[in-house]
Design a protein around this ligand. Structure first.
Ligand code: FBP
Length: 254
């Protein structure tokens, strides 16, 4: 995870929502343009930027010095039924675009989870063969997840973290479990895999989001991989600066 860490901490900006949610769900006139995100990544000096292959090829600027993570699987929000997210970009291609890390989403709980486990296993090995870290978005969905109280309980989030560790992820990107004490269990369960909180939908106020970031960092996480809470913000660089104070400078909110 070295290229993405500063003193062991990290702030990633994620922009694959155009595929995952569709443009009308998340975008406005500004952030529909991937260039807007690349500019925020550069001006905000993020620890890394996450794109799918298409946006990476057309908008990633290697001269920015911001390390790239290419998400190598993905799905649209247009099908019904159990979720599966398949590989859509080879590790070799991702590296040729400039990737310094490989991202892959696993939907644990889906009846297709074994296929994603297997595919991630192969991709993780390929990434490591090339000296790149493999970062897994582990999102529990479907199956027994409702019986466990949903995707954000202490137990479910810790299980997601552990799945990432067991399958070889160098970092896991997981949902927040709602409070810092519970999230500690997820961080412990992830072992030596770095833990990132997945940003989630835009909160009502800055303070609401900054409290989440505080809880995550207090629990011992590495950082946050944020999308909507930054690039939907009316002043993305302003909220970025506030998030960075918490992650890198130890400031606490709430
Ligand atoms: P956000 O910070 O906007 O939530 O982005 C994080 C992320 O993991 C994206 O990479 C991904 O597109 C999205 O969340 C998926 O969210 P969900 O599957 O919960 O709809």
């Amino acid at each position: 995870m070295k290229p993405f860490l500063k003193d062991g901490k990290s702030l990633l900006i994620a922009y694959d929502q155009g595929l995952e949610h569709g443009p009308s769900a998340d975008f406005d006139d500004r952030n529909v343009n991937p260039q807007f995100i690349m500019d925020i990544a550069e001006e905000g000096n993020f620890s890394g930027v996450v794109f799918q292959k298409g946006c990476a090829e057309k908008y990633y600027k290697e001269s920015s010095g911001i390390p790239l993570i290419v998400k190598v699987n993905g799905k649209a929000n247009l099908t019904k039924g159990d979720v599966i997210s398949r590989q859509v970009c080879s590790v070799k291609k991702a590296i040729s675009i400039g990737a310094k890390g490989i991202g892959y989403t696993i939907y644990a709980g889906s009846s297709y989870e074994s296929e994603m486990f297997q595919e991630f296993g192969r991709i993780q090995e390929e990434a490591h063969d090339h000296g790149l870290p493999a970062i897994s978005w582990v999102y529990p969905r479907g199956g027994k997840i409702p019986d466990l109280g949903g995707d954000s309980t202490k137990e479910t989030v810790a299980y997601a973290a552990r799945i990432g560790l067991e399958l070889g992820a160098d970092a896991v990107k997981i949902k927040y479990s709602g409070n810092s004490e519970d999230f500690k269990w997820a961080v412990q369960s992830a072992g030596k895999a770095h833990v990132f909180m997945s940003g989630g939908p835009k909160t009502n106020t800055d303070e609401d989001f900054l409290k989440l970031v505080t809880g995550v960092m207090d629990a011992g996480a590495t950082g946050v991989a944020v999308g909507r809470n930054v690039w939907q913000h009316q002043d993305p660089l302003n909220i970025t600066a506030k998030i960075k104070e918490i992650i890198f400078e130890g400031k606490r909110i709430g």
